[in-house]
Design a protein around this ligand. Structure first.
Ligand SMILES: C[S@@+](CC[C@H](N)C(=O)[O-])C[C@H]1O[C@@H](n2cnc3c(N)ncnc32)[C@H](O)[C@@H]1O
Length: 265
């Protein structure tokens, strides 16, 4: 491991806004703050918003600056990435920010019933070969429902046509209420904008204009950025869509294709 990474890991141990519970830890020690983040960490009654797969935490920190009366928690398994956002939040004195280092597969071990209002999924890996690893699959939605308020909002911002199409079908087959959807967030084309069912207000546009590390790489390659938000009601019993979706071929760029397939479910 590089010296830089080791230094970041050592620093993370001292950051008061970082909680490190990879599977090896949580299988030994229970997470005492489950259901008590507001009372024990944030010391307020404000809503809680998660960014899952936050990487360097650009959304977690950017949203926290804009909304001091909302609490934000960035979640990722990679400590060296979390370090960037956590350090920035500490330097700026943002006390409405925390970071949790863990696997999203076990995210429901960290939050109690109705504890979370919204989830942001920013440039999540589309996981084209494995639906159970896809962060918008019904496998994950069922986990999110355990700790989100009824009808909580899920935001998805992505470069991936595969993930966006899959999520659109997942929403459609389960009749989840869609609040906004655009296949080209930064288009100035009026026809494109008119296709959107609701207009985005200035504040939301500013928020959506926060670019993450991965987003910048996809924009440099000339890819459209897609965005949608939808509600996740408790009462819905979710089913997986049964549909073949064309793979994103640019994602195997400079890497050998691992299978001959060009579509997946
Ligand atoms: C493609 S990166 C995007 C990072 C950031 N949101 C951005 O846009 O720059 C995906 C991130 O999700 C994290 N991630 C993927 N699957 C995860 C999982 N199951 N549990 C925890 N983190 C995960 C990775 O470590 C990585 O930082």
């Amino acid at each position: 491991m590089s010296k830089g990474k080791l230094e970041k890991f050592a620093a993370l141990e001292t950051f008061k806004n970082v909680f490190q519970y990879p599977f090896s830890v949580i299988s030994e020690v229970a997470f005492d703050m489950k259901g008590k983040w507001r009372e024990q960490y944030f010391h307020n009654d404000n809503p809680i918003v998660l960014e899952l797969g936050c990487g360097k935490g650009e959304y977690t920190v950017g949203l926290a600056r804009e909304y001091p009366n909302i609490n934000f928690i960035g979640v990722d398994i990679k400590g060296a990435r979390i370090y960037t956002g956590a350090k920035q939040a500490l330097e700026e004195g943002l006390d409405n920010v925390a970071f949790l280092r863990t696997s999203i597969e076990i995210i429901d071990r960290f939050f109690g019933k109705d504890e979370v209002q919204e989830i942001w999924l920013t440039f999540s890996d589309p996981q084209m070969k494995n639906v159970h690893k896809r962060l918008t699959s019904t496998f994950f939605m069922d986990r999110y429902k355990r700790f989100m308020v009824d009808g909580g909002i899920v935001h998805l911002k992505t470069d991936s046509n595969f993930l966006f199409t899959y999520t659109t079908y997942m929403i459609k087959v389960n009749k989840l209420p869609i609040l906004y959807r655009t296949e080209n967030l930064y288009s100035n084309d009026l026809d494109e904008a008119a296709k959107a069912n609701v207009k985005i207000d200035e504040k939301t546009r500013e928020i959506l204009g926060i670019h993450t590390y991965y987003e910048n790489q996809w924009i440099e390659r000339g890819l459209n950025i897609k965005y949608m938000k939808f509600n996740l009601p408790h009462k819905t019993s979710l089913v997986e869509p049964n549909i073949e979706i064309k793979l994103d071929d640019y994602r195997s760029y400079k890497r050998p294709k691992r299978s001959g397939l060009d579509k997946s479910k």
